[in-house]
Design a protein around this ligand. Sequence first.
Ligand code: NZQ
Ligand code: ZN
Length: 388
Amino acid sequence: MLNFVHDIPTKLLFGKGQIENLAEALKPYGKNVLVTYGGGSIKRIGLYQKVMEILKENSFCVTELKGIEPNPRIESVTVGVKLCKDHKIDVILAVGGGSTIDCSKAIAAGVFYEGEDLWQMVLTAKEERKALPLVDILTLSATGSEFDSGAVISNMKTHEKLGGSYTYPAVSICDPTYTFTVSPYQTAAGSADIMSHIFEGYFSRTEDSDLSDGIAESILKSVMKNTPIALKEPENYSARANLMACASVACSGIPEYGKQGTGWPCHGMEHELSAYYDITHGVGLAILTPRWMRYILKKDPSVTGRFAKFARNVMGLEGKDDALAKEGIDKLEAYFRSTGIPMNLKELQIGEEHFEDMAKHVDKMRSLKNAYVPLTAQDIVEIYRACL
Ligand code: NZQ
Ligand code: ZN
């Protein structure tokens, strides 16, 4: 087990009715609030109205940034930074899914960025920066942005979607009832994202970090148990609550404590798909994950034992390691399919025309030479081809 540091400064307010604490969460930071949100789902579910009521009752001065895109764009970050400067914003309140929270993190840091071009900030976002305080209200269980410092920003002109570290939210309000209205497609995609955050750390060379492995396996089992329930009964509180709690912990670093880093290969490959084709992150991950698993299992059979462990402990299979490793992957693919996710790139009208460029870009931005099983650009092209 390797050394690790636990330092997550975010206060999570989890559960029904936690919005009652919103005013108290914002008050320490000042009166001028920038409320950020996406394409309007928060208005359709009545959350926007509730937030505005609370802000008005408590005499906050509100500026709004609406229309943040799924796969948030650098242009929205630029508009947000200008709003913060023009309106002397003290604190940002992000209301939405990972895209809104991510964009808001980049805005919060962008206010203090000294260069002219905020895309340069994205290109160099290696560690936390000075930033405005950020409070968020989560409406979709997926990314874990509510409990980490990361954000992923896209530049569709250059076909780049880049993850970086910006700032942790000061407070995250996580009320599962706000996710009752998430569509089946986004519910399934969000769950695939949660699972991928676990896979990216679980398949590591460190074999003796029992606590991390146990947390990881529990999260995977809980997501596979609760996603079908949430799909069938969108207002099942228990299912939505379990998905939300799993989402926050899955990407927090906790399931990787004590473990050797892996380079997060599926995320590297998926961000290229989104950068070229603007697809939903979790869908890209669900398509890539089983193909990546089969590819590395074949390339380096020394990983068989870990895949067999996954098959036994998570997928509930029994048998000899060699067969089990493959059966676990097949069962995982069947599970993703059962949640309604398209499981081939062709279903998303994606062909192989950009595979070489995408693979070179993954190789350049996030070398996978030190991945769990090292991957070259050519390996990545092969994995993309297997997804067709
Ligand atoms: O834009 P609105 O109208 O709000 O609609 C959204 C959007 O269309 C809708 N939605 C959200 N909450 C809803 C709802 N619809 C009905 N009811 C609700 N309660 O869902 C759609 C998708 O929203 P989005 O925020 O894009 O989804 P998600 O939370 O999956 O975020 C995806 C983004 O996060 C990045 C992804 O790459 C992608 O850009 N990631 C961020 C990470 C992080 N910060 O740590 C890690 C992840 O690996 C990921 O890369
Ligand atoms: Zn993800």
